[in-house]
Design a protein around this ligand. Structure first.
Ligand SMILES: C[S@@+](CC[C@H](N)C(=O)[O-])C[C@H]1O[C@@H](n2cnc3c(N)ncnc32)[C@H](O)[C@@H]1O
Length: 253
């Protein structure tokens, strides 16, 4: 999928709070091998590498555009590689991920697989958006079911892989992890106006639809989306509550 790093970074301030909450879950030890799944432009990878003394931190991502920006942050102990999350391998003291695994399917296989990559005593710490039932997201799915978009998309709809917090807790337990901590949090964002909400979604949830639609329908799809969102949010600023899931657990020593 083709990402636009500049559009994504536009909401850095709003995205910083969950970064910080994820950082707070990470147990600081020295000399770790740490893996960031879906590192994007590498801000969090860099922040984590700065708090872990004498550690080797690797960010992996499947987007060349995002990795181009991340590469500017490379230094000894901080590296980036083109690699899909599904192909993550090796042995790690820490596996972390911010706002990325929602793009990967089959979490009931993914999570146990990731826990199995942890060394004894190793930690997994993840944040993922769980905002897919919000109207800004369900409107995208509704539009995609309408003509002429539905035919152009061949009936395709984004299949959400995000599970409930109970299910993540269960998966971690069944994977043999301990010190399990799973919770949900709402970030009460206030965005300038409806255009800002559209920009946010254009940089994330709308991307797989843009990618699959022919050029001539993309603009149309975005305009239809804009119309519905303007009806939803006639006022400014716009209250945009955003729900996210966090989980952390350790492999026994
Ligand atoms: C919303 S961004 C988050 C980036 C970064 N973790 C952050 O918090 O700023 C999601 C990232 O996940 C990456 N991604 C999505 N699916 C992926 C996959 N299957 N394998 C690797 N990276 C993936 C995207 O390329 C993108 O950089």
């Amino acid at each position: 999928m083709s990402w636009n790093p500049d559009l994504y970074l536009k909401f850095q301030k709003e995205r910083f709070a969950p970064f910080q909450d994820l950082m707070d879950l990470i147990i600081v030890r020295k000399g770790l091998r740490a893996l960031d799944l879906g590192c994007g432009t590498g801000e969090l990878t860099q922040m984590v590498s700065e708090v872990l003394p004498q550690s080797e931190v690797l960010g992996i991502d499947s987007s060349e555009e995002m990795l181009e920006k991340a590469a500017l942050k490379k230094r000894p102990g901080l590296n980036f590689e083109l690699c899909p999350i599904e192909k993550a391998s090796g042995e790690w003291d820490l596996i972390f991920s911010n706002a990325a695994i929602q793009w990967v399917g089959n979490h009931d296989q993914l999570i146990p697989g990731l826990v199995s990559l942890l060394k004894p005593g190793g930690q997994i710490a993840v944040q993922l958006p769980a905002n897919h039932t919000h109207r800004t997201q369900t409107i995208i799915a509704e539009l995609a079911r309408e003509e002429s978009y539905s035919s152009a998309l061949g009936g395709w709809q984004r299949d959400w892989s995000v599970l409930s917090i109970k299910e993540y807790a269960g998966l971690l337990y069944e994977s043999g992890a301990q010190d399990i901590n799973v919770f949900e949090k709402i970030y009460p964002h206030v965005l300038e106006d409806v255009e800002a909400v559209i920009d946010w979604l254009s940089g994330t949830a709308l991307l797989p639809y843009f990618e699959r639609l022919p050029q001539e329908l993309r603009e149309d799809f975005l305009n239809s989306y804009r119309e519905r969102l303007r009806d939803l949010y006639p006022q400014a600023p716009v209250f945009y509550p955003y729900q996210r899931i966090f989980f952390s657990a350790r492999r026994p020593e």
